[in-house]
Design a protein around this ligand. Structure first.
Ligand SMILES: C[S@+](CC[C@H](N)C(=O)[O-])C[C@H]1O[C@@H](n2cnc3c(N)ncnc32)[C@H](O)[C@@H]1O
Ligand SMILES: [Zn+2]
Ligand SMILES: [Zn+2]
Ligand SMILES: [Zn+2]
Length: 728
């Protein structure tokens, strides 16, 4: 793999995959998981390792039937596990989080798609009868009943001086003149929605068509401060003792009778009927609440969930409004009553995933004109304007509602039966079927064996402690937690508290009140889990899985962090596990990085650490080879090659990217230099100090900043001379 992995080719594919995500690998549509890596990367790595002949560029499009077992100690949403299964391998996958385990299980298990579709339709119909009217509004154009796509809400707060209620608008723009013909803005004076070709600002405002007051994009709240609209008193909105109240201020709807006569979307300010309907939902919920499965769980403190506490939320149910709770309660109750177990479990998964778009943290994207996923960043961002989505959804209209998620699940399952790749040809996307491959497995409860079926041993435990047989794995491919990058458990508890109400009886992982665990390998300030905890745990897991690996087998993992000290745990873990790191390869990183990383100028690339389990003799030979290595020369040359390959693949390589790749090379060299004197039984602190010192020494020799600038300049020049080789 060290030589057969074509980083430019693989990254070129990964970039495409990142662009179209679910259309490229629809299997990720089973359920959200955080920080997924591209599937094309893991397919490339496995092919580079296990194909006996041919180039990666050729082999990539051909079905493979490898035999053996691949392990993944941090399977998360399952990307390496799926890719290994697809290539014919048995898999042993482990994750501490019961939701991750559930998602991979659902992805690999069989489902009768027609039955699933029929049951889903029946369910939707029965819930529709109960809630449909609550999602209807009167069309402004024809006066008929139309379907609401989104209700817009704004947070409100009482003035501390006069107690008058104030809306909290950061801005008054509802739709940009991109997908809608004109800019749509609210008049804060009278509540009318106005359309303007130009964007009015406070400096040059427009005039409201109803009340003739000035209208502008700037809201009444800036940096959490506002002046009371009743008494003029200035106050700030930083502390909430109970969940904030909301006021409905706009609706986007879809009128089947007249939408085709309109050049854009249909919006309105809510009328008395719309408000009445919400009131009705409230009353209905109050009368039914006890009979509906709605979680009462408190939100525990946490690095991410503390933000919710600051906004006054103390229970998960408070993150939903009454209409959402009512509809979700009906849906879940309906799903639980389904007798076909695989169908019921599949619909539970759909339900759980839909929650992301059915809560009062969702925002409305004023550019794309749709509701945004609460997890579009890895946290719980609380905004001032929230978007309430239609629950069941209008077929082929809008997104993020239940019927859309049913379709997404079906597409995922169909993909598993006939996986494909996507290729650019003559500027067009072309789907390339790979007949002979499938993604499915027989779930087993012990070490996989035999050749009749592809098996998956999925374990929901901390990987430090899973039962593994010595020399039983042909490879380990994993995407570990990147220290404090994502608080998996804190985030996914949002879905988990709903499912645990119904899955706890059958699945022990769903009995605990939360998916949080002291053994989760993440840095977490609230839980006081620092670098030592992460290093120690990673070392245990690596050691454990390396023991299960056959001699010569690859132990491959991705990593990146903008803080160079976060590479220290890798050095200790690799050395403790007695693995030899033979290469660090550049690759495209997180799938959705565009959203929350791109803007920060941080790296979007990962280092792929390729390590091997070696015999004593092989280790000695490697040691001899090392004597000829000069860190500054080696790192500089490799970084330049990395940069060139990434540029060829179409990456705009930033200095942040180069710094991360360099940190990967430095870490690899550190493992090589320390290998001969490493004693894994030394106290953790001593080992961490040794690694720190070694990394520092290499970093000084390499002169990282100098190298990064040199390579960056070099890339800029070569880009001007030779445009990207990848077809756009
Ligand atoms: C596949 S995701 C990695 C995503 C990405 N690399 C990132 O930026 O963090 C890592 C997975 O490790 C799991 N995990 C964390 N600690 C674990 C442990 N002790 N044992 C098993 N799995 C663990 C998490 O639940 C998560 O699903
Ligand atoms: Zn109409
Ligand atoms: Zn006031
Ligand atoms: Zn007005």
């Amino acid at each position: 793999m060290e030589s057969g992995f074509d980083a430019a080719f693989s990254t070129g594919l990964a970039l495409k995959e990142k662009q179209i995500q679910q259309n490229y690998r629809p299997i990720i549509g089973i359920h959200k998981w955080f920080a997924r890596r591209p599937g094309t990367l893991f397919r490339s790595l496995m092919l580079a390792e296990f194909c006996e002949s041919g180039t990666l560029k050729d082999n990539f499009w051909i079905a493979q039937k490898f035999r053996g077992v691949i392990g993944d100690p941090f399977m998360g949403g399952g990307t390496p596990v799926f890719e290994a299964n697809r290539l014919g391998f048995h898999v042993v996958g482990c994750d501490i989080n019961p939701m991750a385990h559930w998602i991979v299980r659902q992805s690999l298990s069989e489902l009768e798609i027609n039955t699933f579709r029929k049951e889903a339709e029946r369910l939707v119909q029965s819930v529709q009868q109960k809630v449909d009217r609550l999602y209807q509004t009167t069309c402004l154009d024809c006066g008929k009943e139309a379907e609401v796509k989104y209700f817009m809400w704004v947070k409100t707060a009482p003035c501390p001086k006069c107690h008058g209620i104030n809306d909290l608008f950061p801005g008054y723009l509802l739709a940009e003149a991109v997908r809608h013909p004109k800019n749509l803005l609210l008049c804060s004076g009278c509540g009318t929605l106005n359309e303007f070709s130009e964007l009015p600002t406070r400096k040059s405002p427009a005039i409201c068509k109803s009340c003739e007051q000035p209208v502008h994009i700037e809201g009444n709240v800036s940096k959490k401060k506002l002046d009371c609209c009743h008494c003029g008193h200035g106050f700030s909105i930083s502390q909430f003792k109970k969940p904030p109240a909301h006021r409905m201020w706009a609706i986007e709807y879809h009128c089947e009778a007249c939408y085709h006569t309109k050049a854009g979307r249909q919006f309105k300010a809510p009328d008395a009927n719309d408000l009445k309907k919400f009131h009705l939902a409230k009353k209905k919920l109050a009368s039914l609440s006890d009979s509906l499965p709605i979680p009462e769980d408190p939100i525990p403190a946490g690095d991410e969930s503390d933000r919710l506490h600051r906004w006054g939320y103390s229970k998960y149910r408070e993150l939903f409004n009454e209409r959402q709770l009512l509809g979700l309660g009906f849906l879940l109750k309906g799903i639980v009553a389904i007798s076909d177990i695989p169908v019921r479990e599949a619909l539970l998964t759909v339900f759980s995933d839909t929650l992301r778009y059915q809560n009062m943290l969702c925002r409305y994207d004023t550019y794309a004109l749709k509701c945004q996923d609460i997890f579009s960043i890895h946290g719980f961002p609380v905004g001032l304007i929230q978007c309430e989505n239609n629950l069941l959804g209008i077929e082929k209209v809008g997104s993020g509602a239940f019927v859309h998620f049913v379709e997404k699940y079906i597409r995922a399952k169909q993909y598993c039966l006939a996986p494909f790749e996507t290729r650019q040809k003559g500027g067009k996307k072309e789907t390339v079927p790979i007949p002979g491959e499938t993604i499915k497995a027989t779930l087993v409860s012990g070490q996989p064996s035999g050749f009749k079926t592809k098996q998956a041993f999925l374990i929901n435990q901390p990987s430090q402690a899973v039962p593994l047989t010595k020399d039983s794995l042909d490879g380990v491919f994993t995407d570990p937690p990147y220290y404090d990058n994502v608080q998996y458990a804190e985030l996914i508890d949002f879905c988990f508290v709903w499912l645990r109400q119904v899955l706890g009886e059958k699945f022990p992982g769903f009995r605990a009140p939360s998916t949080r665990s002291a053994e989760e390998l993440t840095g977490n300030e609230t839980e006081k889990r620092g670098l030592e905890h992460f290093t120690n745990g990673l070392s245990e897991v690596f050691t454990h899985f390396a023991q299960a690996l056959k001699v010569g087998g690859p132990f491959v993992f991705t990593y990146h962090h903008n803080d160079p000290t976060a590479y220290l745990p890798l050095v200790v873990a690799i050395l403790d596990a007695q693995l030899i790191c033979t290469a660090t390869l550049p690759a495209a990183g997180e799938m959705s990085a565009s959203l929350h990383i791109a803007k920060t100028g941080s790296s979007i690339l990962d280092s792929v650490f390729v390590c091997r389990k070696m015999t004593r003799n092989q280790q000695k030979n490697e040691q001899l080879e090392l004597l000829t290595v000069q860190p500054q020369v080696e790192c500089f040359k490799i970084l330049k090659d990395d940069g060139l390959m990434m540029q060829q693949a179409g990456v705009r390589v930033s200095k942040g990217d180069l710094r991360c790749l360099m940190a990967g090379h430095v870490a690899r060299l550190a493992t090589r230099i320390l290998q001969s004197k490493w004693d894994r039984f030394l106290p953790l602190k001593v080992k961490m100090d040794m690694a720190t010192e070694c990394i520092k020494k290499i970093s000084d020799q390499v002169e990282i900043e100098f190298a990064v600038t040199e390579v960056s300049d070099f890339l800029a020049v070569s880009k001007r001379n030779e445009p990207s080789l990848v077809e756009k």
